[in-house]
Each structure stands twice: as structure tokens, then as C-alpha cells.
Design a protein around this ligand. Structure first.
Ligand code: SAH
Ligand code: SF4
Ligand code: F3S
Length: 480
């Protein structure tokens, strides 16, 4: 997508003190980029590489906002003058991918004496990763973490002023810095952080350690940002949090608001036509929330409801605070109140102590809940989490169980997908189809992909599409 949009590219009138400080660093950084551009005889280029979840994708838009503001030109490839990797560490393979890229980019840096390489994001909050980079990846110029990403402009200045590897990692923060520049990937849709961090401490999960304690953004700031986005042409938004259902905890008394109330307020913003959210923890999805979704056409017919396991014993060891039965009851309640909803999930196989019988329970839930889709993961041991100290399951047990589960997940998803054939659904067109340029690709309210004949003029608009044929995970159809 080439038509990037800059949000808050100038200092807003109600900007806080830290935001003002960072804008002054942006001015300084701009002069360094200008110097570089004179040396190179062209505009310097920057590439942001993102790993991980929607939170990281949103953070990358913030990084790009600053890079663009100080004079870099965005490029998609890593043969750039500035490359930053926004890392994820939720599973070991995410870490390995980053090390792989670092090896690759060192070859590019050898040919470009002005090139700078930076690392940020969740993996940088782990001491072990930093030590490994200091030892084996000396060509990295700048490292920072998740809590001080708002200091990016300031850190860039430090980087330009030094030849040494700059490392700035904070253990935690209670700061939320608003109104910094953002470059959106899509002109017509956007993610919005409503909260940061996580307090749930599921025993397998590293996120609470690398993203810190849960902090909710003030509802006024959220609504103000959404109004701004709507005025700028955004039609679909996704409210982001590790567990949106606990939104509002810790807000000052006069600003108290539940997630259900926030969602209902967000739907009132004119211009916003579709509202998604991610992720909902099954332990505290309220009846109020189900009601707001059911009564509000604007809320997407899609709930991502991570199951993780269907075994009561494993759920307990995972610290998930629900049972197989209460999960199934919740799914039932949601499907009764919102019949056309899609429910998707995440499942982990191979958690410490998991037996074939436990996986039978998980498979039973998949069948009964009839998930529209499920992301399945093999458990990955994360240093420092409680589960890392438990007795691990050998691959000879987890791998066959994973394959068995995946088969049922795919069958269920395929069956579920077909249920909309012949109906007409509103589709937000996102792009030209990659394989066939006579088609465009968009998403239904329930997040299912639809391909139908059309051209680039439709991108960013809602079209009513008759769903002619289901091809497993997507539909083909025609506009009506
Ligand atoms: N906050 C979200 C999940 C964020 S992580 C939630 O609670 O649902 C996304 C998914 O990664 C999780 O749902 C889980 O299925 C998976 N995951 C997290 N830690 C993992 C680990 N150590 N090994 C394998 N998968 C893991
Ligand atoms: Fe991790 Fe659990 Fe928090 Fe999700 S809710 S981020 S799985 S600790
Ligand atoms: Fe990964 Fe961090 Fe998201 S660990 S999944 S990028 S919160």
C-alpha cells in the first residue's frame, strides 16, 4: 500500500510535556537526516520490519511516523539506510527469525558505511537476548524496548551522535505518551491501542513480563483519536489490548468506563462504520458486552476468544480462570445472542503435563464450539515464566497431538465457512487481488475474505457482495 497517511504530524495544542520534548528531538533528528542526505546525494531510506501481533504492527506505524517526519523515505526492503526490527518473543521461533534477519542484514551493512540498524519490541525486554546481541551482533547501532518507544526520536539523536551501540531498556512504565506522529499502513482502516500490558500471567506466557502491567488509556484520548481518524477517512477500526475485557481498571474515578461502554461510545463516532476488537479473554467477557455487540450493527460479527486448552486440569495449570464447561456455555450464549458471529480461537498443544486425554478434551471443545478458525501453536518454553519450571512434554507426544488437533480444526473451519453461501454481505475492499488483477479482495464483518470482480477505485469502500462460492477459507462472489 503506497498511500500512507500521517496522523498528528504536527504538535497538537493539548500535547503533554513529554510529547513536546519528543517533538523538539524530532527537529534535531531532522537536521541529522538532512546532513546524511547531503552526504548521500539523495533522500535517505528507512525500512521497518515487524514481527508479532497487532500491537507491534501499531507500534511500527508509530516508528514510521517519526522516521517519515524527520525526513526518511519509507522502503519495503532491508537494503535501506536505516533498518529497524520490531521484535516479538511470544514463541522461540519468533526470536530465531530475528536472529536470522540480523545475520542477513549484516551483509548489507558491510556495503553501506552510512547504514544504521536498530532493534526494539518485546524480545529486547529480555536480558538474554540483549547479551546475545552484544556478543554476536555488534553491527547493531540502537536497541530499545517496549516501555520507552515514545523516546524513539530522542534515541535516534543519540544514535547519530555516537559510534557505539546505544542500549536503553526500561523495566516498566506507567507513562502513556499521546499525540506522536503515526503513519498508517492503510488509509481506510486502523488499529487503536485502548490499553497496554497485561496482568493475567497465564503461566506459559511472556507478554506480561515484556509488556509490563496493564494500563488503560483515558477514554477521552481514545475517542479523540478515533474522531481524528474518521475525519481522515478511516472507516474501520480495531480496538487493541491483550485483554480488552478488563479495559478501564485503574482509570481515575471520574473517567471510569467498562469495555462494553467504551465500545458503545466508539460506535457513536460518525464516519466509523465498522469496529473490531482484539483480544477477549473468556474469563471476563460480560453479558453487557454481548448485548452491545448484538445491538450494534457497526460492531464486527467476529470474536477472537482464545481457548488455549479444553482440559480443566491444563486450564488450571495455565492460570486461565475458566473451565471447559464455562467456555462452552459462553460460546453458546454468544451464538444465541449473535447468530451470524464468527468465533475464532488460539490453542496451545504440548503445555507441561498435557496428555493425550487432555488433547481429546480440546478436540471435543473445537467440535462443540464449532470455531470458525483456530490458530494452533506448539507450546514454546519461555524463560522466566512459571511453566518453564514445570516438567516439559516431549515432542514425540506433542507433535502427533498437534497434527490430530489441526485436522479437526481444519474440518470444523471448512464446515463453518460454508454457512454463508448464497447470502449477501457487506465487504470492505482492501486491495487488488494478488493472483488475478481483475478481482478485488475485501473482508466481511466476520473477517472472512471475499474476492470479486472490481478495480482499484473500490479500495477503501464498502460493497454489498453476493457470496457465490465458498473455497474453504474464502469466498468468491459478485457485487450487487
Ligand atoms: N492476550 C492474548 C494473546 C496474546 S499471545 C490472549 O490472552 O488471548 C497470542 C497467542 O500466542 C496466545 O493466545 C497463545 O495461544 C499463544 N502463546 C502465548 N504464549 C505461548 C507459548 N509460550 N507457547 C506457545 N504459544 C503461546
Ligand atoms: Fe499472555 Fe494470558 Fe496476557 Fe494473553 S492474557 S497476553 S496469553 S498472559
Ligand atoms: Fe509478540 Fe509482543 Fe505481541 S511478544 S505477540 S509482539 S505483545
Amino acid at each position: 500500500m503506497s498511500s500512507n497517511e500521517i496522523l498528528h504530524s504536527n504538535l497538537s495544542d493539548n500535547a503533554g510535556e513529554e510529547t513536546r520534548r519528543q517533538f523538539s528531538y524530532m527537529e534535531k533528528a531532522e537536521s541529522y537526516v538532512k546532513e546524511l542526505s547531503e552526504k548521500l546525494g539523495r533522500k535517505p531510506t528507512a525500512c521497518v520490519v515487524t514481527f508479532g501481533c497487532q500491537m507491534n504492527a501499531r507500534d511500527s506505524e508509530k516508528l514510521l511516523g517519526i522516521l517519515t517526519k524527520i525526513g526518511y523515505e519509507e522502503v519495503d526492503t532491508e537494503d535501506a539506510d536505516f533498518v529497524i526490527y520490531n521484535t516479538c518473543t511470544v514463541r522461540d521461533n519468533a526470536d530465531q527469525r530475528v536472529f536470522g534477519r540480523l545475520g542477513y542484514v549484516s551483509g548489507i551493512k558491510k556495503k553501506n558505511p552510512y547504514m544504521k540498524i536498530a532493534l526494539c519490541g518485546c524480545m529486547m525486554q529480555e536480558q538474554g537476548a540483549i547479551e546475545k546481541i552484544q556478543k554476536s551482533y555488534r553491527h547493531v547501532d540502537l536497541i530499545f524496548g517496549t516501555h520507552n518507544i515514545f523516546k524513539f526520536a530522542e534515541l535516534l539523536c543519540t544514535m547519530f551522535e555516537s559510534d557505539r551501540m546505544i542500549i536503553d531498556i526500561w523495566k516498566d512504565t506507567n507513562q502513556i505518551v499521546e499525540d506522536l506522529p503515526i503513519v498508517r499502513k492503510y488509509p481506510f482502516k486502523s488499529g487503536i491501542n485502548i490499553m497496554f500490558g497485561c496482568n493475567n500471567f497465564c503461566t506459559y506466557c511472556i507478554v506480561p513480563y515484556v509488556r509490563g502491567r496493564e494500563r488503560s488509556r483515558n477514554p477521552r484520548d481514545i475517542i479523540r483519536e478515533i474522531e481524528y481518524l474518521a475525519a481522515d477517512g478511516v472507516k474501520e477500526i480495531m480496538l487493541l489490548g491483550q485483554n480488552v475485557n478488563s479495559y478501564g481498571k485503574g482509570l481515575p474515578e471520574d473517567e471510569q468506563m467498562s469495555f462494553a461502554e467504551l465500545l458503545s461510545e466508539v460506535c457513536k463516532v460518525s464516519g466509523i462504520e465498522r469496529v473490531r476488537f482484539m483480544t477477549s479473554h473468556p474469563k471476563d467477557l460480560s453479558d453487557d458486552l454481548i448485548k452491545v455487540i448484538a445491538e450494534n450493527e457497526k460492531v464486527a460479527r467476529h470474536i477472537h476468544l482464545p481457548l488455549q486448552s479444553g482440559s480443566d486440569e491444563i486450564l488450571k495449570k495455565m492460570n486461565r480462570h475458566y473451565t471447559k464447561e464455562s467456555f462452552l456455555k459462553l460460546v453458546d450464549k454468544i451464538r444465541t445472542a449473535i447468530p451470524d458471529v464468527s468465533i475464532t480461537t488460539d490453542i496451545i498443544v504440548g503445555f507441561p503435563g498435557e496428555t493425550d486425554n487432555d488433547v481429546d478434551d480440546t478436540i471435543d471443545v473445537v467440535k462443540k464450539a464449532a470455531f470458525d478458525n483456530a490458530f494452533t501453536f506448539i507450546y514454546s518454553k519461555r524463560t522466566g515464566t512459571p511453566a518453564a519450571a514445570m516438567e516439559q512434554v516431549p515432542e514425540s507426544v506433542s507433535k502427533p497431538n498437534f497434527d490430530r488437533l489441526l485436522k479437526v480444526v481444519q474440518e470444523t473451519a471448512k464446515q463453518q465457512a460454508q454457512r454463508f453461501t448464497g447470502q449477501t454481505h457487506r465487504v470492505l475492499v482492501e486491495d487488488i487481488n494478488e493472483q488475478d488483477s481483475s478481482l478485488v479482495t475485501g473482508r466481511m464483518s466476520n473477517n472472512t475474505l471475499v474476492h470479486f470482480p472490481g478495480d482499484a477505485s473500490l479500495i477503501g469502500s464498502f460493497v454489498d457482495v453476493a457470496l457465490d462460492e465458498c473455497h474453504g477459507f474464502y469466498y468468491t462472489g459478485h457485487a450487487i
